[in-house]
Design a protein around this ligand. Sequence first.
Ligand code: TRP
Length: 342
Amino acid sequence: MSDQTSRFAPRVFSGIQPSGNLHLGNYLGAVKRFVDWQDRDVETIFCMVDQHAITVWQDPADLARSTRELAAGFIASGIDPERSILIAQSHVPEHAQLAWVLNCVARMGWMRRMTQWKEKAGKHAEEASLGLFAYPALMAADVLAYHATHVPVGEDQKQHIELTRDIAAKFNHDYGVDFFPETEPVIEGAATRVMSLRDGSRKMSKSDPSDASRINMTDDADAIAKKIRRARTDPDPLPETIEGLSDRAEARNLVNIYAALREITADEAMAEVGGQQFSQFKPMLADLAVDRLAPIGAEMARLMDDPAQIDAILARGAERARAITAPILDEVYRIVGFVRPR
Ligand code: TRP
């Protein structure tokens, strides 16, 4: 760890947007890794970023349902709301309050260079919401409101964490303070990037119109098994080593899913399944997936039956979060020269 971060106690923050279903890609690429962090006894904060979600249109009833479903997914996957702080972003007002200050630190040119902005706004930038443009400054506020030192994210979010570091450094420089840490991105490896079951060149996504392209965490055993048996593959048997999968995206994806669910490396997986026909490998993978995922889906359904309990957990999370964020925001307000009410 660099000198910059070592002054700050290690603290992990990450967020997921509550839009659409939680699927296998979110689970293996994010939530399961969050559980590993929690179990390493580091302070961990996990957030349903509902305020990021509305940067593009969300049906209000769907947003509320997705937020509770995501909370249920976190808990069913092993996030313990006593050991981790589990929050809805809009419950903790310091995120948006700090975001305003950071909006005034970040430069237009920095924001315009963001790949995700360019991709999402595309040719219709004039019609995009102002919130979509400012999205990365709110993300920086999420992280910096906790002085978080480590942020596990996918490769696509790396640029936003680098921007967070730039914003933190400019704030420290402009105000002549050493207040915000330079947060480290912790990037997921290719092995945990889950691709579509219909097209191995595309990420598994909640926005793919084909439901067969993804395994939803709420799918029952039948649906999980059926989707794996029907996953697109090529006619050849699996090679003996991982190198043999380099130009076989669909086969590689299934092996990666197998390895991630078994919690072994891709090399170890090949030692087990190399040379197999898909007619042998797929049923085995289907059994494994059902074994690991169906209990999570069932627990999610049980939790979703009692939304009041989920809401109580999130209220408690927000209270614990604010014990961290309120003093940090207060200090930011003092640093920038806002007169504080007494
Ligand atoms: N932008 C992230 C994504 O789409 C979600 C997110 C919002 C986030 N705030 C964050 C991730 C803070 C890490 C830290 O995946």
